[in-house]
Ligand binder design. Sequence first.
Ligand SMILES: *Cc1c(COP(=O)(O)O)cnc(C)c1O
Length: 231
Amino acid sequence: MYKDEILNRYNTIKNNVDIIKQKYNINYDINIIAVSKYSSLETIKEFLSLNIDLPLAESKAQSLRDRAGELASFKDNIKWHFIGRIQSNKVKYIVKYSDLIQSVDSIDIAEVINKEAVKNNKIQDILLQFNISDEEQKGGFDIDSYIKIYESVSNMNNLSIKGLMAIGKDTDDISIIENEFEKLNSIYKDINAKYNNPLSILSMGMSSDYELAIKHGSNMIRIGSSFLGYS
Ligand SMILES: *Cc1c(COP(=O)(O)O)cnc(C)c1O
């Protein structure tokens, strides 16, 4: 994809976000993450040369490793987020390259990431991913045990929990999606109320549902197909 098309898409998303903020009377920033998992390296380079300065996100450890490695010489200070299922044998790449791991979804994986972070002498920023839909394959912690989960992961010294992440159900029924997003929003607020405001990121919303997510408290949207697209 060419630069001007990418810029157009970015401006469209940014305008939409401004309109949504006005509509719901929101006065905090909504961070946009440029999900690059469907995009070619050429498209990512076109995007980077626009100097828009948004984090990129990948969902496969090898792609993160290859792309972060390759693009480091193209541009300084690219921020990478990891948003995919985490296999423990790939954690070393994920910790090496991720500024934020959004998809921590089990205590076992959190422990492996913590160990790798110790090895790398790094405090790894993470989000806890919760399963807010009834779709098993989406991954995520069980929402009912959020206090126990939050407390266990908080005790891991080289992890810093910055917030929560979830993927809305893939359905045309808007009320289902809104209920799911509101559920994660209430957990986010409850953890902040109980533990003196440790969380600042509520990552919900993708190309098809970011308005609903922002309506229900999201301050980080992860946009792939309608931004850097499929080519
Ligand atoms: C792929 C992906 C996205 C982006 O999805 P689009 O619908 O293409 O915007 C966002 N979040 C996660 C976790 C993803 O895997």
